[in-house]
Design a protein around this ligand. Sequence first.
Ligand SMILES: [Zn+2]
Length: 198
Amino acid sequence: MPLIPEAVPEHAGGMSDLDELLTANRRFAATDAKDRVPAIPFLPTKQVYLLTCIDPRVDPAALFELDLGDAIVARTVGGRVTDAVLDDLAWISYLHEVKTPDAPWFEFAVMHHTDCGSGLMADPDLRAGFVARGFDDAVLQRTAVTDPARTVPGDVARILDAKTVSGDIAVSGYAYDVATGLVTQVVPPSSRNAAQSG
Ligand SMILES: [Zn+2]
């Protein structure tokens, strides 16, 4: 028997959510926001590089009242530091050293949050089904964020230990509480070079 799909939800004027976004983009393009951003090689207006979760409740632009061009933002499941995050940071480090050697360094902030969906990876039954799709059980288990205060320090240390990343970058760690909207510091800023010279 063929499956009969449920009626799709009606959108205003028959528009999909993405259509609405594209309409909003026309309005954005008509403003001068795009003309008030740093030129390449880019130094963000606020000299910060943020790593947060992909969770839509953890959008740094909203949490920190950021404008276009203010910050470099990376987002992963849980806001965890992955090899890809380190590779990107290595590239930006290189670019900064070669293209803007006299400019001050940006700070890097790792932020994990409460009620994170990655915490579901701590459930062995749920994880087992995903492992059966070819993923590594130990990696998944490590990715789960159940308490930001416990996972943030290790991720900060992973960046500070990465030799491909500039030792001049100050790295700090934070926890965001989705219930209160407040960000609290878990690990104060430090850099590899400052630690070695001090
Ligand atoms: Zn999350």
